[in-house]
Design a protein around this ligand. Structure first.
Ligand SMILES: N[C@@H](CCC(=O)N[C@@H](CS)C(=O)NCC(=O)O)C(=O)O
Length: 202
């Protein structure tokens, strides 16, 4: 298996942390997205959307979408479980993973896409979209703070893929001035804990 990677990217980071938590190491191939390699024919042949991460299997087939890649890796390497052990646990963690993806990660990604130098000239940047998404991300942060007052991690007591999605979002958040306010004490406690894990810098 080869992981086509983009070291600074939020979505590829999810997969690297997921693999590190599993204690699994696979071949990694860095794609020079800043230089346009993800839009070159060789890469578009692998993923027509030109996005990273991308997992290339030994038979030459590919899996795109970070969450699909993580689900595949969970099936291959079930221990330690990051998407639950039972169907009920898996559904509960999936619910939180999707909430983190939609309500937090995508909002912070939209701020980045519509305001960063990286995307200038690549997409039409609409400042109102960046502002609106920033407001939505801030609302999600307040809500998460109240949720984390009641439990250690996002989907329960155990660390899971929902935490990985959220912690990667906050790493990108720092780049766009969306830092966790110290007033959000429970969210701050959670972020300190998850970023202290040895896998956080994978
Ligand atoms: N939904 C996709 C999103 C992937 C994505 O947007 N990747 C970004 C990096 S974080 C990318 O490849 N950007 C390059 C570009 O848009 O040119 C996933 O979860 O994998």
């Amino acid at each position: 298996m080869i992981l086509h990677d983009l070291t600074p990217g939020m979505h590829p980071r999810r997969v690297r942390i997921f693999l590190a938590e599993k204690g699994v190491s696979i071949e990694r191939r860095e794609v020079d997205a800043a230089g346009g390699a993800n839009a070159a024919p060789d890469f578009i042949r692998l993923n027509p959307l030109g996005k990273l991460p991308l997992l290339e299997l030994d038979d030459g087939s590919t899996i795109a979408e970070s969450l699909a890649i993580c689900r595949y890796l969970e099936a291959l390497y079930p221990d330690p479980p990051l998407i639950g052990r039972t169907p009920r646990e898996a559904a509960h963690i999936d619910m939180w993973a999707l909430r983190m993806d939609h309500e937090l990660s995508q909002m912070i990604a939209l701020v980045f896409i519509h305001s960063s130098d990286f995307y200038r000239g690549r997409v039409e940047q609409i400042p109102e979209v960046a502002n609106w998404s920033r407001g939505r991300a801030l609302q999600t942060m307040s809500w998460l703070d109240s949720e984390l007052a009641r439990r250690r991690h996002i989907a329960g007591e155990d660390y899971s893929i929902a935490d990985i999605i959220a912690q990667c979002a906050f790493v990108l958040g720092k780049a766009v001035g969306l830092r966790i306010s110290p007033e959000l004490a429970h969210l701050s406690r959670w972020f300190s804990e998850v970023t202290a894990r040895p896998t956080a810098r994978a």
